[in-house]
Design a protein. Structure first.
Length: 284
């Protein structure tokens, strides 16, 4: 009883000693929710692929006049998998207030390269088509037209996970004048060592030395002017692709940074990296 009286007296004093017998009311102000961006779908009619392709498009609160991140999904996925139904990168961007538009295109299992049936071996699950043409000459202009912006190299960033990491590196190194920041997260790469994974896909992508020279990020980086490009690579310490990603960083050299975190080749690892990705992509 004495302790209860003491607590009541203390509360009254904190509310304002000398207030007579006025009742004590404590009001806790609600914490405002972070403004939420929107996720929409843009349909792009593609002449290169002969069909309509979807792009999942995140607009942050305040509109579209922000840097644009072109973000590429992994094998068997789609662009929508980055948002609420999957990694929920939009929720992380909302929470952090990241000023970044995110465009995540569908591109099947095309690896972001131009392939034709005449180029040889079985695709091992890869999708044949003119995906580089679609992405660079149709998808990018359609997104920027939808946003009502005339984007510059400084405005564009590109990244992806697994197969999408390959696609981002391939496209950035083939078109270095188009992008300023490049992210490769658990990138699917091959260095022809005994550690190579999914060698059927490797042999489909690189059926001849000439085509490998046109497509392989490890070779492209050796002959590309990297000035004006900044690369961010990360991979799990238990990822079977770690060795190849470390080889990629060694080729890129001072233009790049590599982060090895705890995890494997999976969504759990990628979710743990979202804040670091957004910090890199949104930097000026």
């Amino acid at each position: 009883m004495e302790r209860r009286c003491f607590l009541l007296a203390t509360a009254a004093c904190l509310a304002g000693c000398g207030g007579g017998n006025a009742s004590v009311q404590q009001t806790v102000a609600p914490v405002p929710a972070a403004p939420a961006g929107t996720v929409d779908t843009l349909a792009v009619a593609s002449r290169a692929l002969g069909r309509t392709m979807n792009v999942a498009l995140y607009l942050p609160p305040g509109g579209a006049r922000h840097p644009i991140l072109y973000l590429f999904h992994g094998f068997g996925g789609n662009g929508a998998a980055f948002f609420d139904a999957g990694l929920a990168i939009n929720r992380a961007a909302d929470r952090l207030g990241t000023p970044l538009v995110i465009a995540a295109p569908d591109y099947d299992n095309g690896f972001g390269v131009n392939t034709t049936p005449a180029q040889g071996t079985s695709s091992a699950g890869g999708t044949i088509g003119l995906y580089e043409d679609y992405l660079m000459t149709e998808m990018l202009p359609a997104v920027e037209s939808r946003l009502g912006v005339v984007a510059t190299r400084a405005d564009r960033r590109i990244g992806g996970v697994s197969m999408g990491g390959f696609a981002a590196l391939h496209l950035a190194l083939r078109h270095p004048e188009m992008f300023s920041r490049v992210g490769a997260h658990s990138a699917a790469l091959w260095d022809y060592s005994g550690a190579d994974q999914f060698t059927g896909q490797r042999d489909w992508l690189y059926p001849t030395p000439a085509l490998r020279a046109q497509r392989d990020p490890l070779l492209l980086a050796q002959h590309t002017d990297l000035r004006g490009l900044r690369f961010y690579l990360d991979v799990g310490d238990r990822d079977p692709l770690r060795k190849q990603d470390e080889a990629m960083q060694a080729v890129l050299g001072a233009a790049s940074e590599l982060h090895v975190g705890s995890g494997g080749h999976d969504a759990q690892f990628w979710r743990s990296r979202l804040e670091d990705w957004l910090s890199f992509y949104s930097a000026t």
